[in-house]
Design a protein around this ligand. Structure first.
Ligand code: ADP
Ligand code: MG
Ligand code: ZN
Length: 485
């Protein structure tokens, strides 16, 4: 059997842990804190001392319901907590309280990826492993910080609907933007308040049966998630091409070396011996709680905003997503759009205006917030309107934008000061320059006359150079064709 020509389709499902920004922990009154000295936010409950009883944090339930509603899940009227038993120094009780077979939220979707479930649980303590190079207090032991122990978490589990590393990265950004807008978490991957495990398998393209998956643990940046998944897809392809099988196992991705090393295989997988938490009553999501969660949802979530940008404003799908997932770009664009409307707009289409955001971010740094630049949304709208009205050529407008980025100000004033206004046929002798271009390159002129429109390039280029980009390309082409029949 030859596998050399088989095309494989990646199949990816994500499991995301999100720390909720409640005031206190999931089952006790200890404050959440991530910057305080270790082990000062503890009590008998989160230290697992005998006899201490957990009490559910209502704000965590509220946040969980908000997340479920935002993702279109069904919220269970009654959900349960279980004990997930395991022995490790990050868990003083030797079990984690988590939801198991009856979670708070089931179903739903975010963008085009379906949600399997969303459930509540508690975080473990933080282990600080100090290697030989990181000795502290003269030893190289591991240190436990119980401040994190009992922090409320939601786990969001997607269906295996993702088909590429890049789609996984983009979907995670959408999820982060959504959670940030809900105000339920810091969603900072570098601080661990958003953590992602990726389940990866491949299958022959066109088939529907799922292949054996591996699980990549805890990649702590969007870029690493994409790199890790990419590396794992390639590793699985190599295995299958060599006639070997993918083994179900948990892998650790090292972003520095790009290597994937097994943490544990399925045979070693834990049996967590889940059983219902006897110290907690079921979580009842009442009508009142649902209404309160609904009232706290923002008017428009990022996925809805992307859909509106695409459908109602006619933006390119990629642009629509970019503006919605990076809310600061969307906000800036919408302010510019409002200003363009007030300007009269010269019939400027939203999509035409949107094309000016990329040149702006190129100039201010791709991660920068344009609202913090010297270019106001009104200024950008005015510039786009001037281009649309052919008062300034596209090339000259780019120059104007560069000046606006460095010194701010009104584009009209800059155009005037720098003499960058468009040269038009009527008043600026553009026709004469066109005549010179034709005289300077009789070869090209002859070809255009003979109907070879590709030959028009050098003629247009000549005029562009002569006018320092101030003439409109369409106008130049029109004048050349007029002269050459
Ligand atoms: P487990 O029991 O190992 O946790 P689940 O069925 O609960 O597995 O799924 C966990 C995650 O793995 C989900 O995000 C799911 O979408 C994803 N997943 C399940 N099967 C596959 C597969 N064959 N390939 C890729 N992802 C998968
Ligand atoms: Mg799992
Ligand atoms: Zn506590």
């Amino acid at each position: 059997m030859s596998t050399g020509t088989v095309q494989y389709e990646p199949v990816i499902g994500l499991e995301i842990h999100v720390q909720l920004s409640t005031r206190t922990k999931m089952f006790c009154g200890c404050e959440l804190s991530f910057s305080d000295p270790p082990n000062i936010h503890t009590c008998p409950t989160c230290l697992g001392l005998p006899g201490a009883l957990p009490v559910v944090n209502e704000q965590a339930i509220h946040f969980g319901i908000m997340i479920g509603l935002a993702l279109g899940c069904d919220i269970a009227e009654r959900s349960l907590f279980h004990r997930k038993n395991y022995f490790y120094p990050d868990s003083p009780k030797a079990y984690q309280i988590s939801q198991y077979d009856v979670p708070l939220c089931l179903g739903g979707h975010l963008g085009d990826v379906r949600i399997h479930r969303v459930h509540l649980e508690e975080d473990a303590a933080k282990l600080n492993h100090l290697g030989a190079s990181g000795r502290i207090h003269g030893s190289d032991r591991s240190w436990v910080d119980f401040n994190r122990c009992g922090t409320p978490l939601v786990e969001i589990v997607s269906e295996p609907d993702i088909r590429s590393a890049e789609q996984a990265r983009e979907w995670l950004i959408l999820l982060r933007t959504t959670l940030r807008q809900l105000g339920v978490s810091d969603v900072d991957m570098s601080q661990g308040s958003l953590r992602c495990d990726a389940n990866v398998s491949i299958r022959p393209a066109g088939t529907t049966e799922l292949g054996t998956k591996t699980e990549l643990k805890n990649m702590n940046s969007f870029a690493f998630v994409a790199k890790g998944i990419e590396a794992e897809i390639e590793r699985q392809k190599r295995l299958l091409a060599a006639g070997e099988a993918v083994v179900q196992e948990t892998l650790h991705f090292d972003p520095i070396t790009g290597s994937l090393t097994p943490l544990r295989s399925k045979e070693e997988a834990h049996d967590y011996r889940y059983f219902p938490e006897p110290d907690l009553v079921p979580v009842l999501a009442t009508e009142g709680m649902l209404a309160a969660a609904r009232a706290d949802l923002p008017a428009e979530l990022p996925a809805e905003r992307a859909a509106r940008f695409e459908r109602e404003l006619g933006l390119h799908a990629d642009t629509a997503r970019l503006f919605a997932f990076r809310a600061e770009l969307g906000d800036y664009f919408e302010r510019a759009l409002a200003a363009a409307g007030a300007n009269g707009g010269a019939g400027l289409e939203p999509a035409e205006l949107s094309n000016w955001i990329a040149p702006l971010t190129e100039r201010i740094g791709s991660d920068a917030d344009p609202a913090r630049s010297k270019v106001t949304p009104e200024g950008l709208a005015a510039l786009a309107t001037m281009v649309k009205a052919r008062e300034v050529s596209r090339d000259a407008a780019r120059e104007v934008l560069t000046l606006m980025v460095s010194e701010g100000g009104d584009p009209r004033a800059i155009v005037e000061r720098e003499g960058l206004g468009a040269i038009s046929a009527e008043d600026d002798g553009l026709g004469e320059i066109v005549d010179r271009a034709i005289a300077a390159d009789p070869d090209a002129a002859e070809k255009v006359r003979a109907g070879n429109m590709k030959a028009i390039g050098p003629l247009v280029g000549y005029v562009m150079r002569e006018t320092k980009g101030r003439a409109d390309g369409g106008e130049i082409t029109r004048l050349i064709r007029e002269r050459l029949g």
